[in-house]
Design a protein around this ligand. Structure first.
Ligand SMILES: Cc1cc2nc3c(=O)[nH]c(=O)nc-3n(C[C@H](O)[C@H](O)[C@H](O)COP(=O)(O)OP(=O)(O)OC[C@H]3O[C@@H](n4cnc5c(N)ncnc54)[C@H](O)[C@@H]3O)c2cc1C
Length: 415
């Protein structure tokens, strides 16, 4: 293998990808073998340091790795589909805060998706105000015993590891009494129950924690300093969600396909539409497509400027724009289909979502319902606007009356 580090340029990076393909080719070896080799070559997440699946480069260069693999292989694996929470949020948090032995044990298995991860932050009484959460962790010798209820935990039914935020000191103000734990989801006392969304899928879950024992060395950061660690996770979450949009990909691309195959120029789509209606629709499709491309390019620029660690508020802006745009695109997709869009052909099965076979039309209808969640998951659009106002525009912050009050004295509704 040639050496990594800052000096590596695009050509050297492409050469390194070809070295990887010579050692393990995705068309010839299984997924885990290939992904492990990619990690060992520092090509998993190029902005991570050497020895942890990276080369210390700008994250924008990951696109070069993906491109070079796609040029030489039929089989490609999309990172964020495999293990979105582990790769998008778990890995950067582990890199920043976990003890060395955990970094070495956990990071490769996150990248290969041998370990799927979930995030246990939200609770029935704490979503946007996640620092107000009530799940308690109490010391027992070297260990911690955790009791509480989490909610909306995506992929908890498949996860082997969770990022858990719990209260270790109720006497301190809400942000100061939190600790951040790595929780083995196979531990006794962890109970996962499905929650069904408007789509009929059960992507997420309620998670009940009943006297769950966590070894003391599984705290990330210091006891009581969990909020700082949580910020790393949340900022990376927003970059991961907002960063879905890349030029030439995503929802807007699907909308174009739908327009071509089912839109007004197709026999089915033209029925009962006036020329003026078709012209307005076409303008709208072009507009959202242009906006989506702009977002993709902006994301790429943000990534080029970033290094590993805690991203800045740019990720929150990308997340906000992506969420609102997705809702517009999927609404437009229904207009392209026309009145048939009112019928949900697949029926309404309650099921765990796995990438099933869906036609383009079915996808459009499903995505319309699913996109409603885009402006809630990973922080709501209102909260993203607050971040944008305060941290990018320098506007005055919201009044935060409970900031310095001990958590146990803050009035709470019944969860
Ligand atoms: C599909 C999906 C997947 C999710 N996956 C996970 C997961 O894996 N792990 C996890 O921990 N959580 C997960 N969540 C939870 C998500 O983070 C929360 O739903 C979100 O943070 C909002 O919290 P809430 O639902 O309690 O709403 P609330 O915080 O109660 O908000 C209700 C309304 O009030 C508004 N609001 C609240 N505070 C303010 C404010 N300060 N200023 C202006 N408006 C405000 C909100 O914008 C919203 O409109 C998921 C959610 C969804 C939809």
């Amino acid at each position: 293998m040639s050496g990594g580090g800052e000096a590596i340029g695009e050509e050297a990076l492409r050469a390194r990808v070809r070295e990887l393909l010579a050692a393990a080719h995705p068309d010839e070896v299984d997924r885990v073998t290939f992904r492990r080799a990619q990690y060992d070559h520092g090509l998993a997440w190029v902005h991570f340091p050497e020895g942890y699946g990276g080369l210390g480069l700008s994250p924008g260069l990951q696109a070069i790795v993906d491109d070079e693999i796609a040029r030489h292989a039929r089989t490609t694996y999309a990172d964020l589909v495999l293990n979105p929470i582990g790769i998008g949020m778990g890995a950067p948090t582990v890199l920043a805060y976990a003890p060395e032995a955990y970094k070495q044990a956990l990071l490769p298995r996150i990248f290969t998706a041998e370990d799927v991860w979930c995030q246990l932050f939200s609770e029935p009484g704490a979503g946007s105000d996640v620092a107000g959460l009530a799940t308690r962790a109490v010391r027992d010798g070297d260990d911690w015993i955790v009791n509480g209820q989490k909610v909306w935990a995506s992929l908890a039914h498949r996860a082997s590891w969770a990022m858990l935020l719990a209260r270790t000191d109720p006497d301190k103000p809400k942000h100061d009494g939190l600790s951040y734990f790595l929780l083995d989801m196979r531990s006794p006392g962890v109970e996962v129950r499905p929650l069904y969304q408007i789509t009929g899928d059960a992507e997420f879950n309620e998670v009940f924690l009943n006297d769950v024992r966590i070894p003391g060395d599984r705290i990330l950061g210091k006891e009581g300093a969990g909020w700082r660690v949580a910020i790393t996770t949340l900022m990376n979450e927003r970059v991961a969600i907002g960063g879905y949009s890349r030029p030439g990909q995503g929802m807007a691309e699907k909308l174009l396909r739908l327009w071509r195959e089912e839109g007004p120029s197709s026999p089915r789509g033209a029925q009962g539409r006036s020329a003026a209606e078709i012209a307005v629709l076409r303008d709208e499709v072009v507009r959202v497509h242009v906006e989506s491309e702009l977002l993709g390019i902006t994301n790429q620029r943000t990534k080029d400027a970033m290094r590993a660690g805690t991203p800045g508020p740019e990720g929150s802006v990308a997340k906000l724009v992506q969420a609102e745009l997705n809702k517009e695109i999927t609404e437009l997709a229904l207009s392209v289909i026309g009145s048939d869009a009112l019928v949900y052909e697949t029926g309404y099965p309650l099921e765990r979502v796995e990438a099933g076979e869906r036609s383009l039309r079915e996808f459009a209808k499903h995505d319309f319902l699913r996109s409603r969640a885009n402006s809630i998951e990973g922080g709501t659009s209102e909260v993203m606007r607050n971040i944008l106002g305060e941290r990018m525009l320098g506007l005055p912050g919201e009044p935060r009356a409970d900031k310095d009050v001990p958590w146990k004295e803050i009035p709470r509704g019944r969860a």
